[in-house]
Design a protein around this ligand. Structure first.
Ligand code: 13P
Ligand code: SF4
Length: 335
């Protein structure tokens, strides 16, 4: 117990358990043992490093991960993604323990929309329906009528009566894309994802000239000037399905590079070229997602820390917007 107290002190500062691991341990084996021992499930987003994707019980996009969190019979969910995703799992399965490899794995998009400021903003449009991209805090979800992910956003917007005004938060790029596709005018919150905003239209165009046979595929969190170049636009799972069913042999992929691991696994003979950022650093990697590591995942499962906890009020008030999203997705047969 003394140990755990010290660990909690470290956790507050660092966000993860900073404990030396015996380097001779096979972490894949250890994590497998912990899963059995603790009846735990490991959920991982496509943007996680490949080793984490390989040890996970379930790898998916934001929608699939929330569906999985709602249906799992495990006692503990080890969520390898970012904080808002683990919060969603906790809201959907409050009786389960939800642990994360690193509490500080946040999200620039989620951070761009603080709930108290949004609450004031929302007051200006009292008759509007609030649709929030699931990439937001649980607190923001309490101010939301319906959540959406990039997989179901078009269905969610289309499900809202035409005479109803819509506020869309927090991603202005996804919002602008949805306005185009659905023809609905919406009030957009001015937030964006630091990874999807950094792709360079010029460098992608240059790559396309060098690889004329490659198709450009992009996530709708990208800016409009990048989406205009795309042959296909979709969520991470949408992009993954597209490369499996499409006949091209090469793709320039405008989303976080972690997805290339699954793409290469399912299509080993195809070529996947990461879309370049507008600078020379590795900014097409999400720094938040990449805070997680196999070591931190192992420690979080072993010590059941850091744990994601939410107040009863937040769980109660955030749940209806997520449930509504899952209901609309199920009715549309989205998986
Ligand atoms: P999806 O998982 O819905 O494709 O969203 C990508 C993303 O940015 C998650 O943080
Ligand atoms: Fe947030 Fe963007 Fe990272 Fe996704 S990729 S977690 S939206 S910062």
């Amino acid at each position: 117990m003394q140990d755990i107290k010290i660990l909690e002190g470290q956790l507050a500062v660092k966000g993860y358990l900073d404990i030396a691991i015996d380097l001779s341990l096979d972490l894949f084996d250890e994590i497998r043992k912990l899963k059995k021992e603790k009846n735990a499930v490991v959920l991982a987003h496509y943007y996680q490093e490949s080793e984490i994707q390989d040890i996970a019980d379930f790898v998916g996009d934001s929608l699939q991960l929330s569906q999985e969190a709602a249906r799992t019979s495990a006692d503990m969910i080890a969520f390898a993604g970012v904080h808002f995703m683990a919060e969603t799992a906790k809201v959907l399965s409050p009786q389960k323990k939800v642990v994360v490899p690193d509490l500080k794995a946040g999200c620039s998009l989620s951070d761009s929309c603080p709930a108290p400021i949004f609450a004031k903003f929302k007051e200006k449009y009292p008759d509007h329906i609030v649709v929030s991209y699931v990439n937001c805090t649980a607190e923001l979800k309490t101010l939301t009528d319906i959540c959406c992910t990039s997989s179901n956003a078009v269905h969610i917007i289309n499900s809202i009566p035409k005479d109803k005004g819509i506020i869309f938060a927090p991603d202005k790029n996804l919002g602008a894309y949805l306005q185009k596709v659905t023809g609905r005018k919406m009030i957009l919150w001015d937030g964006a994802c630091m990874v999807h905003e950094i792709f360079s239209r010029e460098k992608i165009t240059k790559l396309k000239i060098q690889n004329p046979e490659a198709k450009i595929i992009a996530h709708p969190e990208c800016e409009d000037i990048v989406l205009e170049l795309a042959d296909y636009i979709g969520s991470t799972s949408g992009l993954l399905k597209f490369v499996q069913s499409d006949s091209a042999q090469a793709y320039i992929v405008a989303t976080e590079v972690g997805i290339l691991h699954q793409m290469s696994k399912v299509c080993p003979t195809k070529t996947f070229i990461p879309a370049p950022p507008n600078n020379n650093c590795a900014c097409n990697e999400c720094p938040h997602m990449k805070l997680n590591s196999l070591e931190k995942l192992y420690l979080s499962m072993k010590y059941e820390l850091p744990e994601v906890t939410l107040s009863d009020r937040i769980i109660r008030d955030a749940k209806s917007s997520i449930d509504r999203m899952l209901e609309i997705s199920a009715a549309a047969g989205l998986k």
